[in-house]
Design a binder for this molecule. Structure first.
Ligand SMILES: [Zn+2]
Length: 167
């Protein structure tokens, strides 16, 4: 990526001698939500732009501690996206083939997961399970009915099918 700044990845600290810390890497992944929103708006045309309200998606803070990957600010995401933490975690675990668990504000995944993948995964989650595919509004909620999942839009009233696991 051309726009990746060199200071996105801090060099691993080499002088830490604590037993469980083999390296410490902090990467902030910038959300592609703005460009996603723009593409959606372009696709949908001018008439529906007014229906699109802003969604503030936080930046994922990912660090490695030993052989674990810590998603430090995980709990900000369910709040911002108005989804149950367990549903978002289920999605991340499925996509990362992991069994991460919530610990306070964080989620701890076993193994070193690529830090830059989290922003992309969350963007995909927002696109598939938060943004209304009809009008592009992020003001939606999910509903599960007889094992079927739906995305209900509070802006335009559309009811769209989604994977029941994440509803
Ligand atoms: Zn809608």
């Amino acid at each position: 990526m051309q726009n990746r700044k060199s200071n996105d990845v801090l060099s691993p600290t080499t002088h830490i001698n604590q037993k469980n810390i083999t390296s410490f890497v902090k990467v902030q992944t910038k959300s592609d939500y703005e460009s996603l929103l723009k593409r959606l708006q372009d696709k949908l045309g001018n008439e529906s732009r007014k229906a699109v309200s802003r969604l503030e998606v936080p930046t994922a803070q990912i660090i490695w501690v030993g052989q674990r990957t810590i998603f430090r600010n995980f709990m900000e995401f369910p709040k911002a996206l108005r989804r149950e933490p367990a549903k978002l975690l289920l999605y991340l675990n499925k996509e990362l083939a992991s069994a991460g668990y919530i610990a306070g504000e964080r989620v701890i995944f076993l193994g070193r997961k690529e830090p830059s993948s989290f922003g992309a995964l969350i963007d995909r989650y927002v696109k598939d399970y938060v943004i209304c595919p009809v009008c592009g509004s992020p003001d939606t909620r999910t509903e599960k009915n007889k094992k079927l999942g739906f995305l209900l839009c509070e802006a335009c009233g559309a009811r769209s099918s989604i994977k029941a696991n994440y509803a």
